[in-house]
Ligand binder design. Structure first.
Ligand SMILES: Cc1cc2nc3c(=O)[nH]c(=O)nc-3n(C[C@H](O)[C@H](O)[C@H](O)COP(=O)(O)OP(=O)(O)OC[C@H]3O[C@@H](n4cnc5c(N)ncnc54)[C@H](O)[C@@H]3O)c2cc1C
Ligand SMILES: NC(=O)c1ccc[n+]([C@@H]2O[C@H](COP(=O)([O-])OP(=O)(O)OC[C@H]3O[C@@H](n4cnc5c(N)ncnc54)[C@H](OP(=O)(O)O)[C@@H]3O)[C@@H](O)[C@H]2O)c1
Length: 466
């Protein structure tokens, strides 16, 4: 195969964002808010339920038929397999597509906000989704599980100088890989230091609003409930709804082939949970899927987000390499199911990893049966915490560099899914070093081969990273 090498000049970090294949919710803006009202389906006659009707603004209200934790006992993580019934929606999908999900806020947070503000939960309010009770509006139309910057800015007008003593104490945080704990002599980042310049509330607000980083740091450990309590501020429901963000859908890489599971769509979901100020909190959509929808109860709004690029090769005899640590395994479970149904001669090599083989070997039985039946030619694992030193997928890729290079030379496709911030960049670097070590290329040529030839021209280096 010709590699079409030229003089490479681009460096990965300055150029990679241009190549990212992240699905967007087409045409979605902050003003395009989906209705999560259970009435939508009921209003439609059966014949009208055409697949193309369903969108982020008009989601199909469905139910979950399976929802279970994939982790073994003792795991630090909560990763779930969630199955949705596509019923009579007419919705279809191909492997590589994503599912859009519309969630609701945790009821305890809605209740707390209403209680602190002494609002009437049953009063009728008008939102972008029409007239509804205040409770329903806060539960379904806005993101009230996490505070936004606009709200913090509003404190400048709400908080007046009273001379009141306010205690502002950040004890620890972990963000962007940076850990910081307070202690007598801890030298934390300036904006995180436990003492603020003044005990006066308006001076406190001024200090928070002083720069963007201070606002971010402040918001990391506080939600609306914390802030309202901290500054004892009161808003009308209308004022509050003007400030908070409208509720947005979340996307999930589909973990099933529709041919293998007709009428269903399946996801692999990493649940986001954390706790600050002794209050359990977490991600909007993942908490909703983990805590509020079960297999008999609440409906949930979904729609399809098709991909044009993260697709299997048309030629079923082409080999593929899939790298999907953590929830990144989702689309590759779907790819494998599809390759089994399609029955081509192309070989499949899956790199998977997570913290521990004992607790994070997701889809173990299915993977083992693919291996036993000859569908999965190679399965390479990287269990990061099963030994002293961290072992990640990029280490395994390098160990198998010679063979990977042979596969590339034979025209294999390379897929990656999962963490965009660290993993995908490290894997990308590993590919460049494989091209240097086993393809005998200079760094510039190797970079050009991976970023231009494979990714852009031949479109056989494909990414679904988030
Ligand atoms: C194309 C695509 C495919 C995806 N596929 C998958 C998939 O297959 N599986 C999957 O699990 N996810 C997937 N995601 C991610 C998914 O869309 C959501 O972003 C994710 O589930 C979190 O959503 P949430 O509503 O639960 O959290 P949100 O309410 O959006 O909150 C997440 C935010 O919480 C904050 N946060 C996180 N931890 C802490 C903490 N300890 N303290 C304070 N704040 C914190 C961070 O700001 C973080 O961005 C995908 C994303 C995209 C774009
Ligand atoms: N928006 C959200 O809030 C949200 C929700 C769910 C998932 N996510 C993100 O989606 C991604 C997937 O999460 P996940 O729980 O499925 O898996 P993950 O956190 O990406 O972890 C999967 C494996 O990757 C390892 N890893 C850590 N850093 C790595 C690196 N630089 N290179 C290669 N491997 C690395 C982890 O090891 P160690 O942990 O031992 O270091 C673990 O073994 C993460 O970025 C996660 O933060 C975000």
């Amino acid at each position: 195969m010709g590699h079409g090498l030229g003089n490479a000049s681009s460096l990965f970090f300055s150029s990679v964002e241009l190549f990212l294949d992240v699905k967007a919710i087409e045409g979605y803006t902050n003003d395009d808010i989906a209705h999560s009202s259970g009435e939508i389906n009921g209003l439609m006659a059966l014949g009208e339920r055409m697949a193309e009707n369903w969108s982020s603004k008009n989601p199909y209200m469905t139910q979950v038929t399976e929802n279970y934790i994939l982790n073994g006992e003792g795991s630090r993580k909560e990763t779930r397999h969630v199955v949705f019934d596509l019923g009579d929606s007419g919705l279809d999908y191909k492997v590589g597509d994503a599912l859009g999900v519309l969630a609701e806020n945790p009821p305890h947070i809605v209740d707390e906000i209403i209680e602190i503000q002494q609002w009437d939960a049953d009063m009728t309010v008008t939102t972008h989704n029409g007239d509804r009770s205040l409770y329903e509006a806060l539960k379904k139309d806005f993101e009230v599980h996490m505070a936004n910057k606009k709200f913090v800015h509003s404190l400048a007008e709400k908080v007046v100088s009273t001379g009141m003593k306010i205690s502002m104490n950040i004890v620890s945080r972990s963000r962007n890989g940076e850990n910081w704990e307070t202690s007598e002599d801890a030298a934390g980042p300036l904006t995180l230091k436990p003492s603020m310049p003044s005990d006066d509330p308006s001076a406190q607000v001024e200090a928070i609003l002083a720069d963007a980083k201070a606002i971010e740091d402040y918001l990391w450990t506080r939600d609306y409930v914390d802030i309202m309590r901290e500054f004892d501020v009161k808003y009308t429901p209308e004022e509050f709804m003007e400030l908070v963000d409208r509720l947005k859908p979340r996307l999930y890489s589909i973990a099933s082939s529709h041919d293998a599971h007709p009428g269903f769509v399946e996801l692999t979901v990493g649940i986001v949970r954390f706790e600050y100020n002794n209050r359990p909190r977490g991600g909007l959509c993942t908490l909703f899927m983990a805590d509020e929808i079960d297999t008999t109860g609440n409906p949930i709004g979904v729609f399809m987000s098709p991909t044009r690029s993260f697709i299997l090769p048309d030629d079923k005899d082409i080999d593929i390499i899939m790298v999907g640590p953590g929830t990144g395994i989702a689309p590759f479970r779907a790819f494998m199911e599809q390759r089994v149904v399609d029955g081509g001669a192309g070989k499949n090599w899956l790199f998977f990893g997570d913290q521990s083989e004992k607790t994070e070997y997701y889809y173990k039985d299915q993977i083992e049966s693919w291996i036993d039946e000859g569908h999965l030619y190679r399965f390479t694992t990287a269990w990061s915490r099963d030994q002293e030193e961290k072992i990640y997928v990029q280490h395994r890729l390098k160990e198998h560099g010679a063979e990977i290079w042979e596969w590339f030379e034979r025209g294999a496709y390379f897929y990656i899914c999962g963490d965009k911030t660290y993993m995908a960049k490290d894997v990308h670097r590993a590919l460049i070093s494989i091209a240097m070590d086993h393809g005998g290329m200079s760094e510039a040529d190797a970079t050009h081969f991976i970023e231009k030839t494979m990714m852009k021209e031949e479109k056989r280096y494909l990414r679904d990273v988030y």
